[in-house]
Ligand binder design. Structure first.
Ligand code: 3HC
Length: 307
């Protein structure tokens, strides 16, 4: 197999499996994207975990607990898919801790009120659904199959978030104001989840050539905006973009200019919570070392017993 044959396989919509030959650049691109996706799932547990003890009811607490546990599982699937490319979990975590690997910018914003749990479920998981439904058709087999499972759980995440926002929007004036404030703070960071504009996206060219991505950052962003504006209108909340306007000719919403300085600032580690998120992850990882050692010792003992 060589690059020409490999590309023919990709163009013929054949999935690439771990044991198949693949160009080093394809392998590296996938390790990069899948590991950052996995890191995002795990770091993303922090902003929501922040509100588990302060949920307004037992039902709300149970739903949020279930969602945060789901995210841990998504991280597990994605780390496992990434390991099939020949990199260890330890190395992936080290890259995160050394600042060599990224995670989604969205998780570097603080969660200041209960309504933020609604905004995250509705907008962040809503954006994730748009991105991940597309990724179900990615060319790498383990990544594609992991996406199928993850997408099924994301729809629950999005619905529970939208329910929180809908309830608050029809509640007291203070509750509606809290929901609108959460929308104001999470709208633009949520559409930044789709990455830089296609013209500024160094990875999109290869990602599309190798069918790692099936749609570009801008196309997915537009799809999310078109799907979400109506949902805000139905519950009486206002999207914080004065330039948002339906364009009949395009059949899509025109929207305002994004703050790309803010985007790259957060992506490059200088967002409101970057340092806090990484410090928390390192602390939890260090405190969990005894669990990893116990699991390894148990596995070793099982191995000895079996042989
Ligand atoms: N946050 C952090 N980093 C970002 C970013 C963002 N929103 N957007 C882009 N970047 C980084 C890229 O990782 C890349 O960094 P690298 O070269 O060091 O790897 C650089 O900025 C250039 O961006 P590109 O657009 O060229 O890179 P990609 O083509 O990889 O696009 C992406 C970025 C859209 C994040 C793409 O990697 C992707 O679709 N990843 C898979 C989905 C994913 O990771 N989603 C994150 C959200 S997690 C989530 O949804 C959990 C849910 O439960 C809430």
């Amino acid at each position: 197999m060589n690059e020409t044959k490999f590309q023919e396989r990709i163009d013929a919509e054949k999935k690439i499996e771990p044991k198949d030959w693949m160009p080093d650049a394809y392998r590296k691109h996938l390790i990069r994207q899948i590991s950052q996706h996995a890191h995002s799932e795990i770091i993303g547990m922090q902003p929501e975990g922040n509100w588990i003890t302060r949920a307004p009811s037992l039902r709300a607490k149970m739903i949020l607990l279930a969602k945060v546990q789901d995210e841990a599982g998504h991280g597990l699937y994605l780390y496992s898919a990434c390991e099939t490319l020949g990199i260890s979990r330890e190395e992936l975590v080290k890259q995160l801790h050394d600042g060599k690997a990224k995670y989604s910018s969205i998780f570097n914003y603080p969660t200041l009120s209960w309504a933020d749990m609604g905004a995250i479920g509705w907008l962040v998981d809503g954006a994730a659904i748009v991105n991940q439904v597309s990724l179900q058709r990615t060319s790498y087999g383990p990544y594609s199959r992991g996406m199928v499972k993850i997408c099924k759980e994301e729809s629950f995440h999005q619905r529970q978030g939208y329910e929180i926002m809908a309830e608050m929007a029809k509640g007291t004036p203070e509750q509606k104001a809290m929901a609108q404030d959460a929308l104001n703070r999470f709208w633009w960071p949520s559409i930044m989840m789709f990455g830089p504009q296609d013209s500024d996206s160094p990875r999109t060219g290869n990602a599309m050539k190798w069918k790692i991505k099936r749609q570009t950052n801008d196309a997915l962003r537009q799809d999310f905006i078109d799907k979400t504006v109506g949902q805000a209108e139905v519950i009486g909340l206002t999207i914080p973009d004065p330039d948002l306007k339906w364009n009949e000719e395009r059949g899509s919403y025109d929207f305002g200019e994004m703050d790309w300085d803010e985007f790259w600032n957060v992506v490059n580690g200088n967002g409101p919570c970057n340092k806090q998120r990484l410090a928390h992850h390192k602390k939890a990882h260090d405190e969990g070392e005894w669990v990893r050692n116990a699991a390894k010792a148990y596995a070793k003992k099982q191995e000895l017993v079996a042989n």
